[in-house]
Design a protein around this ligand. Structure first.
Ligand code: GLU
Ligand code: MG
Length: 437
């Protein structure tokens, strides 16, 4: 009997929106076997009301197959039903991955990494977001007052994220006014992308129940502080060891980590088309904001696009466990699946070519002269989404990471967003994206 509980079968699309269909909770098992049909023209949706030109017609459909271990059921409210959600793989009628499924894009990259190197990715996102409420009293950045000002929300969040199984690690005030950050423990392989999506949707749901507006937009206002979605990651060997770490390597980077970092730096400009994929992303990306403006690598350097987070623990085992790399350009308008997939693709290119570790940039690269940057091989990141898409198309390897239909339809959605944003002032762009995310 349908007892009224609805399970959301959800997926994360090109614009990083979690879309869903709802089914009675007790029917999920049969949906795992047979899936739920979905008209794929929906993959061309912008984050707004419109839909981009796309290759799909009224007959085109995929099956959304809920993935059992993504189950999220949060039941902390007396006055609202549980938040019950599964993330889905999108399959064609013959049971193969749909070309344009973002989760399959991530899985294929992870599978190739594993097949070619024997390594798995262990990764976690930092979730920054802004509470959009006029009722909160002013509180200084990082202050006790800032987090206590939203104490009921924060405590719901701790319970809800715990129930969701995402292993929350920090729930804290950030630098921006009414900006907060949530981090979770890292997860292995595809679960890293799943966990990021679940975490974000649980944060949104908890805020909703408290009547608080939150936005994950990279730049809620032109002069405000940006919201990033940095990724911390390491590579794990067959024995569960941290293959990224070698105490003898520069900055503690192992050989494979050096290759991986070098691949990411080499493809960084193309990567922005995946990880900073909105017009508003480029109001956030830039020097002097710790969001990064250059394709640079640095040990400990928060202005570098990829950095080593060295651990100072004197115990070598503990140091190996916590040592990780941080990829800083991503923002929350990107699907976490696209972020993980593209990051792994770029790193894998570096591993295949055995590229050497780039020069460690030990200061803000924006403080170097153009000649000094050129000597270090540091190039600027794109300054607009249009420039990022051009960088993707100019990068022969990177433009092959997506299957052809996916690339074509992804570009169409992104160009539609560019055209929409071109009619708006920066203030309006920020306002529209703040509402959409
Ligand atoms: N808010 C910054 C960004 O947009 C990141 C600040 C930090 O280092 O946590 O990326
Ligand atoms: Mg932060």
């Amino acid at each position: 009997m349908f007892d009224g509980e609805i399970a959301l079968l959800a997926w994360s699309d090109y614009v990083g929106v979690t879309r869903c269909r709802g089914v009675p909770a007790e029917s999920v098992a049969s949906r795992m076997a047979n899936g739920l049909g979905w008209a794929v023209a929906g993959q061309a949706l912008t984050p707004f009301a419109g839909i981009a030109p796309n290759p799909w017609g009224p007959l085109d459909e995929v099956r959304q197959i809920p993935v059992a271990d993504t189950v999220t059921r949060v039941d902390i409210w007396d006055d609202a039903p549980p938040f019950h959600m599964y993330l889905c793989d999108s399959q064609s009628a013959d049971g193969s991955d749909w070309d344009c499924c973002t989760r399959a894009f991530m899985r294929r990259a992870l599978d190739d990494l594993k097949a070619e190197t024997g390594l798995d990715l262990l990764a976690a996102f930092e979730h920054e977001f802004t509470v959009m409420s006029d009722d909160l009293e002013f509180a200084a950045p990082f202050s006790v007052g800032a987090i206590r000002g939203v104490a009921p929300f924060a405590s719901d969040l701790a319970r809800a994220l715990g129930q969701a199984g995402v292993e929350p690690e920090t729930i804290e005030p950030e630098y921006g006014i009414q900006q907060f950050e949530v981090t979770t423990a890292p997860a292995l392989g595809a679960a890293s992308g799943d966990r990021a999506i679940i975490t974000r949707e649980v944060i949104r749901e908890v805020a909703r129940r408290r009547g608080l507006g939150v936005t994950f937009s990279p730049k809620p206002s032109p002069d405000g502080v940006g919201n990033g979605a940095h990724v911390h990651f390491s590579l794990v060997d067959r024995h569960g060891g941290n293959a990224t770490f070698d105490p003898a390597g520069e900055g503690g980077a192992s050989e494979v980590a050096a290759h991986f970092i070098a691949g990411v730096v080499r493809h960084m400009r193309a990567l922005t088309a995946f990880v900073a994929p909105s017009p508003v992303s480029y109001l956030r990306l830039g020097p002097h904001h710790w969001s990064c403006g250059f394709a640079s690598f640095g040990i400990q350097n928060r202005e570098a696009a990829i950095r080593i987070c060295p651990s100072t623990d004197p115990d070598l085992d503990r140091r190996a466990r916590t040592y990780n790399l941080e990829f800083r350009p991503p923002d929350p308008t990107a699907s976490p699946y696209m972020v993980i997939g593209a990051l792994v693709r770029a790193g894998l290119e570096g591993i295949r070519e055995r590229l050497p570790l780039p020069v460690n940039c030990d200061r803000d690269p924006a403080d170097l002269t153009p000649a000094e940057r050129a000597k270090l091989g540091i190039v600027p990141l794109p300054e607009s989404l249009g420039e990022a898409l051009d960088a993707l198309m100019d990068d022969e390897l990177a433009r092959g990471w997506m299957p052809p239909t996916m690339l074509e339809s992804y570009l169409s959605v992104k160009r539609t967003e560019i055209a929409l944003a071109a009619t708006l002032s920066p203030e309006q762009v920020c306002a529209e994206y703040a509402k959409a995310y």
